[in-house]
Design a binder for this molecule. Sequence first.
Ligand SMILES: *[C@@H]1O[C@H](CO)[C@@H](O)[C@H](O)[C@H]1NC(C)=O
Length: 222
Amino acid sequence: MGLWFYICFSCSVAIQCLETVFKIRSEDVQLAAPYTLEEVFSQAHLQKDDITPAESPSSAPAAMEKAEQLKDEGNNYMKEQRYEAALDCYSQAVELDPNNAVYFCNRAAAHSQLGRHHDAITDCEKAISIDAKYSKAYGRMGRALAAMSKYKEAIGSFQKALDLDPENESYKSYLKISEQKVRQVPSPTSAGWGFDMASLMNNPAFVSMAAGLMQDPQVQQL
Ligand SMILES: *[C@@H]1O[C@H](CO)[C@@H](O)[C@H](O)[C@H]1NC(C)=O
């Protein structure tokens, strides 16, 4: 009984929908098409390509062209160090064409210049989700992470950038700098001891004492 009601209800809703969409009534028998369903579908399929741009305005050629213009405008603002204006242009470009990784990556650069490293990282992640082989987005994310003193994560980003663009000298030097920073920054445990573990490990007297201790059978028992 319930199922029967459901089917009937669905049918009447479906009929209503069809009537509304096609502005017809089920009484309009003279509209009964002299085509089979298959013919109707193949016809619809042929027309699909023609109507696609009109149906998705965000990927319409005009919108994409406008987005490119906004990107160029943004790039010019970046050169003039007008970062807020550049950011605004890139944001508009992103609105018009949200599938272009370059717009997100460029906006990340503007965020970075404005000190908004967190926003820069979010935009880099977005760019990478669109184009996983976009080395520049990894490089930029690495720099934002480094600016936030997140050197370990930065190393991962720079390595990824270098994987994709192995010749890039900038990535090599950024990677090296982050690796040095990781070594310099006291680890949480050594910071707790109130002395610089890294410089202690560079002290020859300490190192030889430690080496001697390691040889000590009693210490080895510990
Ligand atoms: C290396 O990467 C940086 C940042 O993405 C870019 O500005 C530079 O042009 C690249 N250099 C080479 C040699 O490709």
